[in-house]
Design a protein around this ligand. Structure first.
Ligand code: ADP
Ligand code: MG
Length: 632
């Protein structure tokens, strides 16, 4: 019976073509990809064998590389979990099941920018087109595999162009042989020295031996060190070793920002090797918020999906935990509630936060770079993990409105004048909007600092966290009656000259009444501002009302959320406001005053980052006012 032919899925052909033809310079990485797949397969089999003795290999677990000079084939063989026909069709018939589209788009963007194909290369591992990278050096690949526990073996074969064939095969025990029929000009890959060099370069830290099987019946030679790096004494590991390992497990290409390697013995026994990346991994903002920590029990890989080890708000951490304290039989589901896992998890959180704090103190500049990449993730912990809240607050950085630099809450509190008892914050969509907000004027005039909150996550934790070291947080968009206690700076004499409040209210009573009448339901109240210096108007939230940014967030989540009307504050020292007041006195043109009042609200809204209620009305008003000013 002839082997059954199958077509590749739509994107597969396209991606293959790109992989094979555009990603030219580092063909050798195919070996890393195939060895890493073999190692995954060995992990899986060992894991299964831990609960089902019959699946155990009698000869140990290893990866073997066999070159056939005559046939010009290179075979990577493992006695791992293997695949049956259905596994082959789904695992090898589609490229990068989840990431294919993203991969395709990125690759196209990279190659069209004519960047070095090296950049595009780094994407191969990330998106899991791993297996297919072998078509860079092979014009035909045969896969013979037998799944652990099955009697039958299967044979998959493809030229990497249109499709593949699938047929029965022969294999003495469970595992997989991947045989590459090397392209012309790729004979190098049959050379033991070259293969040995590549294995050490990419796969030295693997937990398994990678062996070279010489022709005839010579004994196999081990090419890699084969010891899991975390089990070696720290003093024997170079920075370069750590970096290599980090890149291997994280499928990333940056340097680790911090490397934490520790062994703990006593109540809890475990070894941890943790890395804080320098830059964001590509999946950092995936909705699954999965952490990527691998858990091993005595060097047997258990899972990399264990939330209790590292919580979602530390999901940027990469690394391995190895512990002898757990039973291999433990199911992945049981792990979540396993007391040892939970204890290790707690200890790790403490350690990571402690080390970050040290880093912040010792090397503030480097820490700022870290914060820039991961601060917004870390802040999720402020509302998700109450136990760590204080420790996280200690290492948070915020942009100071006064200095424009990043400062900690402790820095902020230390710089507070005696008369100030709150930590003022201003939420905005971005730093530019925050810095130009009229809400800052009163604070600037009094030389009081405000922390600018421009990460979306800030709205969430600020609902949960009310104070730091006994000082409560207060939004600068609320009424700012507290500010009265602090005199504006270098404004001593002028402040004296200011007419008293009653007199001023009298003076502007006409204008206030007019604006109130014109704007009606759209605002809650109109009052004179005590804080504005440059802007004519701003909107403030009622003292009891919801913070303006919080309200915006609620609206984003719920279209029907109406929100509460704001108080419009007007600046009695502003030329425009004074002008409007005297027009009212003089019974000026009511149409003009109507437009002006409405424009005040429009303007205040725009400064909040919100469009005016009606853009057409706004444009018409604007035109009328400009006509007044400009027409001949
Ligand atoms: P990834 O490793 O990211 O899943 P690959 O393209 O490297 O992507 O491999 C695709 C899939 O093929 C693997 O997930 C695995 O299911 C299967 N596979 C590849 N090589 C082997 C192997 N040696 N043994 C068992 N399964 C394998
Ligand atoms: Mg792979």
């Amino acid at each position: 019976m002839a082997a059954k032919q199958h077509d590749f899925e739509a994107d597969t052909g396209k991606i293959l073509d790109i992989v094979i033809n555009s990603l030219y310079s580092e063909k050798e990485i195919f070996l890393r990809e195939l060895i890493s797949n073999a190692s995954d397969a060995l992990d899986k089999r060992r894991y299964m064998a831990a609960t089902d003795q019959s699946l155990q290999s009698e000869t140990g677990y290893a990866i073997t590389i066999i070159a056939d000079e005559k046939a010009k084939t290179l075979t990577i063989s493992d006695n791992g979990v293997g695949m049956d026909d259905a596994d082959m069709a789904s695992a090898l018939g589609t490229i990068a099941r989840s990431g294919s589209k993203a991969f395709l788009e990125q690759i196209q963007a990279e190659t069209s920018k004519d960047k070095k194909s090296k950049d595009a290369f780094s994407l191969i591992g990330q998106f899991g087109v791993g297996f297919y990278s072998a078509f860079m050096v092979a014009d035909k690949i045969d896969v013979i595999s037998r799944k652990a526990g099955d009697e039958k073996a299967w044979h998959w074969s493809s030229d990497g162009k249109s499709g593949y064939s699938l047929d029965k095969g022969e294999r003495a025990e469970a595992g997989t042989d991947i045989t590459l029929h090397l392209k012309k000009g790729e004979k190098d890959f049959l050379d033991e020295t070259r293969i040995g060099y590549l294995v050490r370069k990419y796969s030295d830290h693997l937990g398994y031996a990678v062996n070279w099987q010489p022709p005839k019946l010579d004994a196999p030679r081990q090419l890699n060190t084969g010891s899991a790096i975390w089990t070696r004494p720290k003093k024997d590991i170079s920075e370069e070793d750590y970096t290599q390992f980090y890149r291997q497990i994280g499928a990333v290409y940056d340097e680790p920002f911090m490397t934490l390697h520790n062994s703990t013995e006593g109540m809890l026994n475990y070894t941890s090797l943790l890395f804080v990346p320098t830059s964001r991994p590509f999946d950092l903002f995936n909705p699954d918020r999965k952490s990527r920590m691998s858990l091993y029990i005595n060097r047997v890989f258990i899972t990399d999906e264990c939330e209790d080890i590292v919580p979602p708000w530390l999901r940027f951490i990469r690394g391995v935990i190895d512990t002898p304290d757990m039973d291999l039989n433990v199911s992945r589901e049981m792990l979540q509630k396993n007391p040892s896992v939970q204890k290790i998890g707690k200890a790790l959180i403490k350690r990571i936060l402690g080390e970050l704090k040290k880093k912040k103190e010792k090397d503030p500049e480097a820490y700022e770079a870290f914060w820039d990449q991961f601060g917004m993730v870390l802040k999720e912990g402020l509302y998700e993990h109450i136990e760590s809240r204080d420790k996280i607050l200690e290492i948070c950085l915020f942009r100071s409105a006064r200095s424009g630099t990043l400062i900690s809450l402790a820095d902020y509190v230390a710089a507070m004048p005696d008369t100030q008892d709150k930590i003022y914050t201003l939420s905005a969509e971005n730093p530019e909007q925050a810095e130009t907000s009229p809400h800052l004027e009163g604070f600037r005039a009094r030389d009081i600092d405000v922390l600018l909150m421009t990460d979306p996550v800030d709205e969430f934790w600020m609902q949960a966290v009310t104070e730091f070291e006994g000082k409560s947080f207060a939004s600068a968009t609320r009424g700012i009656s507290d500010l009265d206690k602090v005199a504006p700076k270098s404004d001593g004499e002028k402040a004296e000259e200011k007419p008293d409040e009653d007199a001023r209210n009298q003076e502007f009573a006409g204008l206030i009444a007019k604006v109130k009448a014109t704007l009606g339901e759209d605002i809650k109240d109109v009052r004179l501002s005590k804080t504005l210096t440059d802007s004519p108007v701003c909107l403030v939230a009622d003292e009891e009302g919801m913070d303006i940014q919080m309200e915006r967030l609620m609206k984003a989540h719920n279209k029907d959320f109406a929100g509460s009307p704001r108080i419009l504050e007007i600046n009695p020292d502003h030329k425009l406001i004074k002008g409007m007041a005297s027009q009212i006195e003089a019974n000026g043109d009511p149409a003009l005053l109507d437009d002006a009042a409405k424009m005040l609200l429009d303007q205040a809204q725009i400064l909040e980052g919100r469009p005016p209620a009606s853009l057409t009305e706004f444009a018409k008003r604007m035109t009328r006012l400009m006509e007044r000013g400009l027409s001949a």
